[in-house]
Write a protein that binds this ligand. Sequence first.
Ligand code: SAM
Ligand code: SF4
Length: 329
Amino acid sequence: MLVDTYGRVATDLRVSLTDRCNLRCTYCMPEEGLQWLAKPDLLTDDEIVRLVDIAVRLLGVEEVRFTGGEPLLRPGLVGIVERVAALRPRPRMSLTTNGIGLRRTATALKAAGLDRVNVSLDTLRADVFKTLTRRDRHQDVLDGLRAAHDAGLTPVKVNTVLMPGLNEDEAPDLLSWAVAHDYELRFIEQMPLDAQHGWKRDRMVTAGDILASLRTRFELTPEGADDRGSAPAERWLVDGGPHRVGVIASVTRPFCAACDRTRLTADGQIRTCLFAREETDLRGALRAGAPDEEIARRWRLAMWGKKAGAGLDDPAFIQPDRPMSAIGG
Ligand code: SAM
Ligand code: SF4
């Protein structure tokens, strides 16, 4: 098992498949100038499958989420999903994506064994989408969402980040739309993970702001935490249910004490936390011919050193060097 000194057990593995992306969301990437990982530094498909196999067979990982960057840009994605679905014990498998290209791949991903998707969409307005992501692809995301739902990659969850002055007034409209389309909406507080280091605590839209805005139109009944570790959204029933809305208050109500995550970057580094400042290299060991047990030992050792919390509210907090797109969100 992947245990740390605080007794937490990591069973949820986030695998970043690439640091590249076809959008440039302002809270994540700069407009230009981000240095991509060099191809030889990226894990190959075989290396990814081998590490996931070690994680599920030797380390107790039960859930694998593919992310990035934009994971749909990884050419071998469907094959990776298929091979991970064949592992024993078979992990639950989901994908966090911006949805661009999902229209074409949703059916193949479902057939390969993917269970679910989280699609990121911050706005219902095409012009705001263009400002927020710096690309004119709003319709592609809507098409991708529908295709995912039609393909049975359900429940389809929609991840939304609200930004002051851009889409902060859209929470109730987004919820009406999500309910009408049978998508489960989850708001994520903006975190200090942008490549430009432009995040400001006093400017972010908080969970409290989001709930107040939703309550102007909906009756929200607390449903308790949704499995706080692996899906750290606090959830509410919308107008008595059955639809729900989630809020992931990573900044104002951090859930570090219940964290069950371990992360693998696209270049084969283990990160114990999004906000960790250290990484543990598994790629080097892999390429030097280390046996599975040795890789597992290094992974356990990395997790043993996991810090108690991200410390976002600590005045001494220092943002990690890598942006969200390179860590794997
Ligand atoms: N490209 C895919 C996508 O956008 O879903 C996967 C990677 S992205 C880094 C994963 C999630 O992180 C997205 O839902 C995105 O909105 C969220 N995200 C990125 N930067 C963030 C930030 N600074 N604060 C909070 N969430 C962020
Ligand atoms: Fe790309 Fe996702 Fe980052 Fe947006 S949040 S720039 S879609 S990696």
